[in-house]
Design a protein. Structure first.
Length: 254
């Protein structure tokens, strides 16, 4: 058995992150299972070293120990950064395409593709047969209409919740769904703890898992906890915070 903490260093940790850290660590203790720290920094544009330092500081403040993963910023940047593994993710994607992963190059920008790409992207790229080229196109997975994925006790209509999701970005970087399933496969993760807002991401990764030989992702135990919200009931996210490290009691309302 193995559980993992998987924060993204795109901002300072907030109460929602701490909720996830605490829930994951508590489950690991209950199961007597080791805990891994996996810092998801594949999105190089948003990476900041001070955000990684804040992850370590937050875990120390919460007295959470892990047995697999980096011990500090220097160790992380030298040995554990996903930014060093871009070629690995691309090789996994190419192998998945060879195994029959249905996908197409998409030239639609984020500004015109809002919401799930159900039935194909807004630009009709499924049928345009564009070349997959950095700075020109992203790569989307075809999610057929009616696709339903079981995530624990939940049934997710993946075509409605996410649609044809991106696995490789037009800037030449791997997308989160691909990175996460490959990393969980490589770690041999058996229990995956996330907020309820990431149910569709879990479904997308279960959908991808057979194409990257990630049997453990298919059989994993999924736990999706309630979110932490602000005083108005909005989910806390790094995008809603200022550039300063938030106070430790910020947003502790469920």
């Amino acid at each position: 058995m193995l559980l993992r903490l998987a924060p993204t260093p795109s901002g300072f940790c907030h109460a929602g992150n701490r909720r996830n850290f605490a829930t994951t660590a508590e489950l690991a203790r209950d199961l007597g299972a080791p805990l891994a720290l996996r810092i998801d920094d594949a999105d190089a544009a948003r990476y900041r070293p001070e955000y990684v330092d804040d992850i370590f500081a937050t875990l120390r403040e919460m007295d959470i120990a892990w047995q697999v993963g980096p011990t500090n910023l220097a160790d992380f940047e030298e040995h554990w950064s996903q930014r060093h593994r871009t070629d690995h993710y691309r090789a996994e994607l190419v192998a998945a395409l060879a195994l029959g992963l249905p996908a197409y190059a998409c030239g639609c920008s984020r500004s015109i593709q809002r919401g799930p790409a159900s039935g194909g992207c807004v630009g009709g790229c499924r049928d345009r047969y564009l070349d997959w080229e950095t700075d020109s196109t992203a790569l989307r997975v075809v999610v057929p209409v009616g696709t339903t994925v079981a995530v624990g006790d939940s049934l997710i209509r993946l075509d409605e919740a996410m649609g044809d999701f991106i696995v490789w970005r037009r800037d030449g970087l791997p997308a989160y769904q691909l990175v996460s399933v490959v990393e969980d496969r490589d770690l041999r993760t058996t229990h995956i703890v996330r907020g309820r807002d990431l149910l569709s991401s879990s479904a997308a990764q279960i959908f991808l898992a057979p194409y990257v030989d990630a049997d453990n992702v298919l059989s994993a135990t999924y736990v999706h906890h309630e979110l932490v919200t602000d005083a108005e009931g909005h989910k806390l996210s790094k995008s809603t915070l200022t550039g300063e490290r938030p106070s430790r009691d910020q947003g502790e309302r469920q």
